[in-house]
Design a protein around this ligand. Structure first.
Ligand code: SF4
Length: 155
């Protein structure tokens, strides 16, 4: 394990990977990345989805349920994009195996990157406890997942 390497949600660095073509630049995350080796990832782009793309939410559970085949990811008009979210999560896991980071700093609330809090699938911005698909997969493989709201402790 590389104890200074982290994967980071690309949108937190200001890269325009968000579903609507925007970003979620976060100064605290940028400051963290100036002090560590950070590799930007966007699971949804890695899964083959375009930018911009329709917003999506997990329906029927959280990311762990998606991994277990008990929930899916859908756009507001009902299109099933679960396979793309799975593909992106597996690509990020592939990076983990190659680089062996000590953790990931992922965007809260996202159906891919969210950690501990996601939206409930109603597209009404109702938050529930749960992880995004990529965050759930990383946690299942023992990778510590942080967010812009709870960065790794200073070393
Ligand atoms: Fe950001 Fe993750 Fe959404 Fe990509 S999938 S835009 S990195 S929150």
């Amino acid at each position: 394990m590389n104890d200074r390497f982290y994967l980071v949600s690309a949108c937190l660095l200001g890269l325009a990977t968000r579903y609507d073509g925007g970003h979620n630049r976060n100064e605290a995350v940028l400051d963290f990345c100036r002090r560590h080796y950070c590799i930007p990832v966007c699971p949804e782009q890695l899964g083959g989805l375009p930018t911009p793309r329709p917003a999506a939410e997990i329906c029927g559970g959280g990311g762990a349920s998606v991994l277990d085949g008990k929930a899916g990811v859908r756009t507001a008009d009902g299109r099933d994009v679960t396979a793309s979210f799975w593909r992106g999560a597996l690509q990020v896991l592939q990076l983990v195996r190659l680089i062996k980071p000590c953790g990931a700093v992922l965007k809260s609330g996202s159906p891919s990157c969210g950690s501990g809090r996601i939206y409930d699938g109603s597209f009404r911005r109702r938050a529930i406890a749960g992880d995004g698909v990529t965050a759930a997969l990383l946690k299942r493989h023992g990778i510590p997942v942080f967010s812009e709201l709870s960065l790794p402790p200073r070393r």
